[in-house]
Design a protein around this ligand. Sequence first.
Ligand SMILES: [Zn+2]
Length: 396
Amino acid sequence: MGIIAVQYLEDSQNISPEDARKKLHTAFDTLPISKVIVGWNLAHGLVEACAEECARFDAELYRWQPLLTSDAVFVPKPEWLTIGLDREPVIHWGEPAFTFACPNHPDVRDRITARLQEIIEQEIYHGVFLDRIRFPSPMAAPMQELSCFCAHCRRVAQTQDLDLVAMERSISRLFHSPEQVFELVRLLLGGRPTGAHDETIGDLDAFLRFRIHSINGLVEAASAIIRDSSLAVGLDCFSPSLAHAVGQNIPALMPHADWTKIMSYGHTLGIAGLPYELSGLAAWMIGYLGLSEARVYRFLSDLTGLFLPSTTTELCETGIPSAGLAHEAAVAPTDNLYAGIELVDLDRFTVLNDAQITSDMRAFKSSGVAGLLLSWDLWHIPQHRLDLVRKIWVDG
Ligand SMILES: [Zn+2]
């Protein structure tokens, strides 16, 4: 049996410390939980109640901390936001939780450093779980939302002998030909170019590597601050087949952390969920290239290895097959890799049933991942789902 960790109290309104403690206590009674990751905008009494309960059950308390999006104290200023290919700030749904600051902006880096120091000084956590360590997902609108092309990125690129302005011009040209759009998607999802050497594709490749370098530098710096205080570091990463598209190279990020969770949410129709991100990309390709659904899904399925169905309707109803999720878990050495699994029924947001959860847990287990991270969050996970985790992950 691997480790079990839980995300808890992302949204804390109207929960008393006593109720929070009770729910956590019942979860501890059901499962051998060794890490509890609590959210960022919580009343001190709530965090204290969780810390006491963790101490009683010998579990570690982690702070769940978004780095590049708002945590209600760190609120990105408009001039800090990432700039897309259309020269506009990338703003997802007008939602602060998904509106990203640029990792290359010096004020952002300073503010993150100060924020981490404040958290460390509270002396209540064993570790910090770093979330939102990425660029915004460009999947549904790459012509607008592929980022970042801000002045700070330009400047940092220059120090690496990269000309971001020339790259931007090249990348914009890729949208003129259907063949090159396929190449663009291939590279975005971490594939290698298939055609003959082409300068525009080379520029895209260099740009995507620049983004990975930027995120890696951000995480390395954040991790150093946390580890300097002898706290542990956990990372929240995109699902591996999509990670490249948001500037994450998971095997390169893992050394900066004690453990890394992959958000391989196969049944979530919201940001970072595989069906949501992939159906967004498919819809864009179908509309922009005038291709059939079947053609686009075949391409995406071959590219990702996720065994995708051939329509958006089916993808959203049945999600990613368990074999696809096992494929995601094979991305990196599994020693310190945790699989995230969604266990909360949210109307129009998750499509779950016990048979699928059982099958997904078995797939993750046989892939050899070190742990399972129950998402999100424990407060909303019904008891029968915790019992199911016990039956399959612990006793199975
Ligand atoms: Zn930037």
